[in-house]
Design a protein around this ligand. Structure first.
Ligand SMILES: Nc1nc2c(c(=O)[nH]1)N[C@H]1C(S)=C(S)[C@@H](COP(=O)(O)O)O[C@H]1N2
Ligand SMILES: [Mo]
Length: 513
């Protein structure tokens, strides 16, 4: 009975040490390549058979990510917990909790440093784990002494005393566990406030233009009732994110360079300083992911600071037979499309007047006007001019997402608002890439009759969404349907289709009232 209780206490204390170690790692590294979860997660993903990964991405989507990340947390906590368990055992039966703690610290440091390749940050794992072993170990070992004494002596008189000791151990264990969980919560919160997207562009004169553009877009915005709907510009923290890797590469501006390779007249490498010395523009560019559902949320707009690609591209004299290029990012991502399309593109190092955030490709990404999100390579490192077309990362997986976006008008939940006078406001965004949005048509009777919505002012940028708004008198429920007409006069495709392989189509219908 007592043995079972003790073992349970040791296991709980060891798990607490594992949690504290992982939390400590997060506190010093954040969600970066040095976070101890990353190599564990990578091992899980690598050990999972390819078809299972594809199946998970296709059927589970974002939930698939959550599952392997949760597995990585459980595995890492188990791993460092096992180390701490051995440390706690070492601390018994005499009161050697410092020895146990030192052993736990040293072993988890070695393990974490080996996994992440970052000895300094591995201390973030070792120290909290060792502290948990000191705290838990001293209590457990003294109880261990007492219980073995009571077992070796006789039965009845000692039982009361050892039960009290066990209660003490239990309290101490629970205290340790609570302490470790508290530390984990504090690490999560503390880290969040440390990390911020608030760095303005390193070079102040270059951000002034962006601020002016942001003001211009703000004044082009439609006044809508809901505060939760984006205006013309998506806030940085709310701009959607799609990455093949769970952990973003960390590339500094000094480390970064872009190399043009393959079928060129002359290869060329461009440094960050050379890049930002080139003519600067502040372009509003909207991105939409080919993988999103028809009324999905992977559609956003920002003002990006950067420089046009064409002059750089011309300077390397592309000569491949396919007139196509493979773009590669530091995370191992790659995508292939025509050089003529690339030439229209933009190399961006700023977003909404700030440095390009890590998650959006710091320090430099590509923005390709009017094409699906997947062409906009983040953490860009290489542009390879090809002789023969090759599939990109997503095309190898069955997508056809390098072409122009389909036309869409969105109607999200926060775009449906009851006004003070009882009328209902419908509002959203519409996007058709470089074709532009000419009109958004709204029906409140399931498609029998149509009215043109009000639109935000047009902008000079060639690849930007527009906002739309329509107000109507309710009275019963309404079947609302919205559809956009692009700048060529073509209406949004009515025929519904899945996102895979060429992007979702259809008209968005919502029951309102
Ligand atoms: N290097 C790299 N670039 C990438 C991706 C990626 O996984 N790695 N994802 C692409 C996809 S599918 C989309 S939709 C956009 C999303 O850009 P965002 O995360 O800045 O919104 O980036 C594209 N560029
Ligand atoms: Mo995407």
């Amino acid at each position: 009975m007592m043995d079972v209780t003790e073992r349970r206490d040791r296991v709980l204390a060891a798990v607490a040490a594992g949690i504290a170690g992982v939390a400590g790692s997060y506190l010093v590294t954040g969600w970066s390549p040095s976070f101890v979860i990353r190599p564990v997660d990578q091992a899980i993903v690598n050990l999972t058979p390819g078809p299972v990964v594809t199946f998970a991405i296709e059927t589970l989507g974002d939930a698939g990510h959550l599952i392997h990340i949760a597995m990585a947390f459980a595995f890492a906590i188990g791993l460092f917990g096992a180390v701490a368990f051995a440390g706690i055992r070492l601390a018994e039966p005499a009161d050697r909790s410092l020895v146990g703690a030192a052993a736990t610290g040293a072993a988890s440091w070695l393990l974490a440093a080996g996994l992440t390749g970052d000895p300094a940050q591995a201390l973030g794992v070792a120290l909290p784990a060792a502290v948990v072993v000191v705290v838990a170990g001293s209590g457990a070992s003294s109880a261990g002494l007492q219980s073995s004494e009571s077992a070796s002596e006789s039965d009845s008189p000692a039982v009361g005393a050892s039960t009290a000791a066990v209660d003490g151990v239990r309290r101490r264990t629970l205290g340790t566990v609570a302490g470790a969980l508290g530390f984990a919560a504090a690490a999560a919160v503390g880290r969040r406030s440390l990390a911020s997207d608030d760095e303005t562009l390193a070079d102040a004169p270059r951000s002034e233009g962006a601020t002016a553009r942001l003001r211009e877009l703000d004044s082009a915005s439609l006044a809508v009732e809901s505060d939760d709907l984006h205006g013309m510009v998506s806030r940085i923290g709310e701009f959607y994110n799609v990455d093949i890797a769970e952990f973003d590469p960390e590339v500094t501006a000094t480390e970064w360079s872009l190399t043009f390779t393959g079928e060129t007249g002359s290869e060329r490498t461009v440094s960050f300083d050379e890049l930002i010395d080139r003519p600067v523009e502040h372009r509003a560019v909207t991105l939409r992911c080919v993988g999103e559902d028809l009324n999905g949320r992977k559609l956003d707009n920002a003002v990006w600071t950067g420089t046009p690609i064409r002059p750089l591209l011309e300077s390397v004299d592309p000569e491949g037979d396919c007139n196509c290029a493979m773009l590669r990012g530091e995370d191992g991502y790659y995508v292939q499309f025509p050089v003529d399309v690339l030439a229209e593109g933009f190399l961006a190092w700023g977003m909404n007047g700030r440095e390009l955030p890590t998650g959006h490709g710091h320090p430099v990404r590509v923005l390709i006007p009017g094409h699906w999100g997947e062409t906009n390579v983040k953490w860009l490192s290489e542009i390879e001019l090809l002789n023969v077309e090759e599939d990109g990362y997503w095309e190898e997986r069955g997508w056809e997402g390098t072409g122009e976006v389909k036309t869409v008008a969105k109607l999200w939940d926060e775009g449906i608002t009851e006004l003070d006078d009882g009328r209902i406001e419908l509002a959203g965004h519409a996007y058709a890439g470089t074709r532009g949005i000419e009109r958004v048509e709204v029906s409140t009777d399931g498609g029998d009759s149509w009215t043109d919505a009000a639109l935000s002012d047009p902008l000079p940028d060639g690849d930007v969404w527009r906002q739309w708004r329509h107000v109507f008198d309710p009275g019963g429920t309404h079947e609302v349907v919205v559809r956009a007409v692009d700048g060529t006069g073509a209406r949004q495709l009515r025929e519904p289709s899945d996102p895979s392989p060429t992007g979702a189509s259809g008209w968005i219908r919502r029951t309102v009232g």
